[in-house]
Design a binder for this molecule. Structure first.
Ligand code: NAP
Length: 260
């Protein structure tokens, strides 16, 4: 399988190239800010994009204009609503996979958050903390926002109404449904996320730590291999992991509760 990389000179791009070669793929095109976006589409089976929002938008606009049908795995974060709409538009005629976090464990955390939020029925205060390396440009991380959206969806709330991104000086008291975010940028932290459900008498924390960015590169290449076998459409990590995880979860809970 041949993979084109957008953001090839970046820290993630380098890891994607290594990971693709390790997985037996060929790297057909390496594109960065000095290249033409159209080079991405030459003689390739899939594109993996870890670049920046401007470059992702250029790529999507090129697809819409020229209708080139190459499946795209998009890992770039900090994308605007306009860019998300372009992605949806492209997915009408080509496979688009988007995830702000390509780690399988993060996908598992996302499922846990959905279940936990449904079961606790919004009676707990939710806070999301994330930490990343000093070079990360967007905040909070796309992953933290994805977690917030999952929790809001499970509680039947609109994310935009309940997300609280800043607290500084004298500020309004916490609202019941609020989802608070806090951010740290330092050193070379590959990625830490900690989600707290805080009640009056107890607290539940779900925490994930990425030890190396290689885990994201590995996940993106696996997603590309999976994506080329799918029909045109919009896919996320939930689609990628659903087939293996859902039957397992069903049988696990059946085992657990049959012993009660
Ligand atoms: N989804 C995930 O699992 C995950 C995990 C980690 C990171 N990320 C995200 O991946 C993205 C890249 O991270 P990084 O740490 O690798 O960043 P980085 O080191 O700053 O690399 C950015 C890359 O984008 C290229 N680029 C910038 N402007 C461009 C343009 N106009 N056209 C084409 N290419 C352009 C840069 O090329 P030049 O060298 O020519 O400037 C460089 O290759 C970020 O959004 C980050 O948050 C996602």
């Amino acid at each position: 399988m041949k993979i084109s990389v957008l953001g090839a000179t970046g820290s993630m791009g380098g890891l994607i190239i290594k990971s693709a070669l390790r997985e037996g793929c060929k790297v057909s095109n390496k594109v960065s800010s000095k290249d033409k976006i159209s080079d991405l589409f030459l003689n390739t089976d899939a594109i993996v994009d870890f670049s920046c929002p401007v470059a992702t938008e250029l790529m999507l606009n090129h697809v819409i204009k020229s209708k080139v049908l190459v499946p795209m795995v998009i890992g770039t974060t900090g994308l605007s609503g306009k860019c998300m709409n372009l992605m949806e538009h492209c997915s009408d005629f080509v496979q688009v996979f988007y995830s702000p976090n390509m780690s399988f464990m993060i996908s598992l955390v996302n499922m846990m958050l959905y279940a936990t939020s449904k079961i606790l029925e919004g009676s707990y205060d939710v806070e999301i903390f994330e930490a990343h390396h000093r070079l990360k440009k967007d905040a909070p991380s796309g992953t933290a926002i994805m977690f917030g959206r999952t929790i809001a969806q499970a509680r039947g709330d609109r994310f935009e109404d309940v997300a609280r991104f800043t607290r500084y000086g004298v500020c309004p008291l916490r609202q019941d449904k609020e989802i608070g975010f806090s951010v740290q940028r330092c050193g070379s932290v590959a990625g830490k996320h900690e989600i707290s459900f805080v009640g009056k008498y107890e607290t539940l924390k779900i925490k994930h730590t990425a030890h190396s960015k290689e885990i994201f590169a590995k996940g993106a290449v696996k997603a590309a291999k999976w994506l080329v076998q799918q029909k045109p459409g919009f896919y996320t990590m939930n689609d990628f992991t659903r087939d293996s995880v859902i039957p397992m979860v069903r049988s696990l809970y059946k085992d657990l509760f049959s012993k009660v």
